[in-house]
Design a protein around this ligand. Sequence first.
Ligand SMILES: Nc1ncnc2c1ncn2[C@@H]1O[C@H](COP(=O)(O)OP(=O)(O)OP(=O)(O)O)[C@@H](O)[C@H]1O
Ligand SMILES: [Mg+2]
Length: 243
Amino acid sequence: MADPLILELQGLRAGYGEIQVLWGIDMAVRRGEITALIGSNGAGKTTLMRTLSGLIPMQDGHYFSEGRDLTGDTAAQILAHGIVHVPEGRRLFGAMSIEDNLLMGAYSRKASRAEIARDMERVYTTFPKLMERRNQAAATLSGGEQQMCAIGRGLMSAPRLLMIDELSLGLSPLLVEQLVAALRTLNAEGVSILLVEQDVTTALDLCHSAYIMDMGRIVRTGLGPELLADPIIRDAYLGVLED
Ligand SMILES: Nc1ncnc2c1ncn2[C@@H]1O[C@H](COP(=O)(O)OP(=O)(O)OP(=O)(O)O)[C@@H](O)[C@H]1O
Ligand SMILES: [Mg+2]
């Protein structure tokens, strides 16, 4: 039997009230991989992540994950299944400490104290900065530390699939490098990742495969290196002039 897909979308449509944004998304994302979602501003990447986490309703189509039908499920059901969204802008609780923000990620889990302590340990091993500052209010963190905290909170939800919207927004190249290294480690430990990243070179270099979105549709899919070498993709998304 084929390995069940971590995301299997068929003709997924969604939008905001009367405004349709996603016009029939088909995707087949393998477990264990890093998958990048690429597209220009307004293509519908965030809307797709919001739909997959149940924040906005599906209008049509089918949504499966590892053989389970999530079509029409609530955000709480989807989270319990392990599809976890690290939103654009990070959305931390500013007045709360790092550690309390991380614990919020485990809030709805039926996990033992020991499991939660083990997962907290993994977050602190992945991001030692968070360990040093665990009692500091989240609002006082730098942008990069806030992103680490948001990803850490996602990890505390025991993700099968971690969806990260705008990994590097506003961060220095050095921090982006650190986050990329952390994602590689987490992926090697078995976390599947769906990533939206404006820096297309970084995204295609990091991912196993990528989906290119335009105007609410998937227009291309392929392996990262294959798309990185494609002159049409380079021209459209990398601003590289071929000679
Ligand atoms: N709350 C909303 N109400 C109505 N329309 C919205 C809403 N949020 C987004 N849209 C529209 O949906 C379309 C897709 O937006 P979305 O945020 O999903 O794009 P994106 O690919 O994430 O873009 P970006 O790269 O700028 O983050 C846009 O045309 C946007 O104006
Ligand atoms: Mg977006």
